[in-house]
Write a protein that binds this ligand. Sequence first.
Ligand code: IMP
Ligand code: MG
Length: 373
Amino acid sequence: MLKILDKSFVPFITASEIKSEVSSLAKSLNEEYAEKDVLFIAILNGAFMFASDLFKEISLQSAISFIKVSSYQGMSSTGRVDEIIGLTASIKDKHVIIIEDIVDTGITIEKVKKLLYSEKPASIEVCTLLFKPDAFQEKEIPKFIGFSIPNKFVVGYGLDYDELGRNLGEIYQLKEGSDPERNMLNIVLFGPPGAGKGTQAERLIEKYGLSHLSTGDVFRYNIKNNTELGQLAQSYMSKGHLVPDEVTIKMLRAEVMKHPESKGFIFDGFPRTNAQAAALDELLTSMNSSINVMLALEVEDEELKTRLIKRAEVSGRVDDADPAIISNRLKVYKNETEPVKSYYQSQNKFIGINGLGTIDDITELLFKAIESL
Ligand code: IMP
Ligand code: MG
């Protein structure tokens, strides 16, 4: 058994298994790309060892470039700009083979491909030593794969845990049970637009030290800064429609991953569909955690309309100002969002809260519900 920092790992893929798989990948590449104008691009840091062993067995006349992908954090949440560092060779009209140590969600590789395509290569394929099919979220599966592995954390042969373990000649897998269920408090705060979720969320955050994830806020931030995601989200939100699951889930996953040490999350405005709820369960399971409860603020339609119109006067939110848009949002809520209740009811995790009354009264009910868990 191997110990790195606080985690224990067990042997998973031996050095000789790696060696023979690297040889067979090299053989496939040598055959497939014979006669072609090829450029290898290896992604640092993780791929250095795989790239080195693989390249020794490549018989094509080809150069190799090592690149890094950097993502600058913008002012807040998803304002990210990605950039490739270190690509000096021209890739125009070249057949590019990207060398990766591991493809997990596939988000990294998708970004790299997108950036490279803008320079008009003849083709781009991915050769990865490891692939986690159960974690993969993108459409295009890497063409050359060494080992398809379960969705568990691995180290060694270039792969790190907190920058350690890259020097190991074999690959190790995180030991089952070495990471006990994390003691997080994860709450889905639910309710129609105007129910008071934002106000109550602030109080819960203060009391329990939670991280607040409001999909609405993240969307609005992106819209304000006119990002790609913002433009996409805007086209749906301005009509009172929901932003599609695929976009929302990706964004949320990125947000959750920014708070790895959090005491827990308040999900505000999410999940809005059963598919999102299932995706959220999966995400939390991968963090050794789960949703504790859905707290649903219950308020009548007429009261909601009055509150929203009042809010628009203060906040200037356009989606609050127009009665027709409000009606549509409430209708969408009833038809598309409310069914998510049953997802949590069936897991015995649903608590309804009377959302009429003073802000303090409602806060008190929420605290009681949480203490009762
Ligand atoms: P992606 O999720 O496919 O974008 O992978 C992003 C990066 O996460 C990879 O390039 C690795 O650096 C890292 N990564 C993903 N899974 C593992 C793992 O099991 N061990 C170590 N690093 C990993
Ligand atoms: Mg990597």
